[in-house]
Design a binder for this molecule. Structure first.
Ligand SMILES: NC(=O)c1ccc[n+]([C@@H]2O[C@H](COP(=O)([O-])OP(=O)(O)OC[C@H]3O[C@@H](n4cnc5c(N)ncnc54)[C@H](OP(=O)(O)O)[C@@H]3O)[C@@H](O)[C@H]2O)c1
Length: 231
């Protein structure tokens, strides 16, 4: 990814703490949209000043189409989109609110659609692109109390495969990764650290993402790659 312009959404989140340093280590120029300055500072805390200088932090709400369009118009090119943004809530279907259902779809599926849509326009103009989205094991193995999240993440797989099909015959690819439980600060806080050694590390998912985002992965299209660790 040396010299590539990378849009890395969710780069300040738990998974981002592993993916952002890995993408920078490949020599990329990175744009990270953010909402919370606290998370920006947490990320900066693990990076060198030279790495921080290669990141453009831009405020954006990826659930809003105008915000995504403006964000992407501020990039000089979009060679690579790595879309980590997403989120998770649980509840039995008969007790789950419709507002929560809509929020899960917005956060996981609609943000993926909007960032792919506007990145793809730029990639098609330039004749080059790598799109890597993040689904979840729940997208292929839906689980109880996770109907909304599972449906949204299944949608991310479908969207990514459809884009991969649309872009055949170009130097643009689209693929997705399916993490199980990731070893993030939030998960350690919520579930305790006792089983964390089984969870997949952000750095390990980052290796898979970086390959899919590289020039070398030019013939990998529409893959949905399980990255489950030992869960
Ligand atoms: N954690 C797991 O165990 C797990 C398992 C399977 C799949 N995944 C998937 O992996 C991805 C990353 O998860 P994570 O654990 O790193 O989540 P996270 O720590 O909650 O990070 C989410 C990131 O998304 C950003 N974000 C959320 N809504 C946004 C919006 N509307 N506009 C702009 N940015 C927004 C957040 O930025 P702000 O803080 O600034 O809002 C944050 O950087 C998600 O797609 C998740 O579904 C996670």
């Amino acid at each position: 990814m040396k010299g590539k312009q990378v849009l890395l959404t969710g780069g300040t989140g738990g998974l981002g703490l592993g993916v952002t340093p890995a993408v920078l280590a490949q020599g990329a120029e990175v744009t990270i949209p953010y909402r919370s300055l606290k998370d920006v500072e947490r990320l900066k805390g693990i990076l060198s000043p030279a790495d921080i200088a290669r990141i453009q932090f831009l405020p954006a709400n990826l659930q809003d189409e105008a915000s995504v369009e403006q964000l992407i118009s501020r990039m000089i090119r979009v060679d690579v989109l790595i879309h980590l943004v997403g989120g998770f809530s649980m509840g039995k279907t008969h007790e789950y609110s419709f507002d929560s259902w809509k929020h899960e779809l917005e956060l996981n599926l609609n943000t993926t659609f909007l960032t792919c849509k506007y990145s793809l326009k730029r990639m098609l103009e330039n004749g080059y692109g790598r799109i890597v989205t993040v689904s979840s094991r729940a997208g292929v193995e839906p689980a109880g109390q996770l109907a909304a999240y599972s449906a949204a993440k299944a949608g991310v797989i479908a969207l990514t495969k459809a884009i991969a099909d649309e872009t055949k015959g170009t130097n643009i690819t689209a693929n997705t990764v399916l993490p199980s439980v990731i070893d993030t600060p939030t998960n350690r806080q919520a579930m305790g650290a006792e089983n964390a050694d089984k969870w997949v590390k952000p750095e390990s998912i980052a290796e898979v993402i970086c390959f899919l985002a590289s020039e070398a992965a030019k013939d990998v299209r529409g893959a949905a790659i399980p990255v489950y660790g030992n869960v």
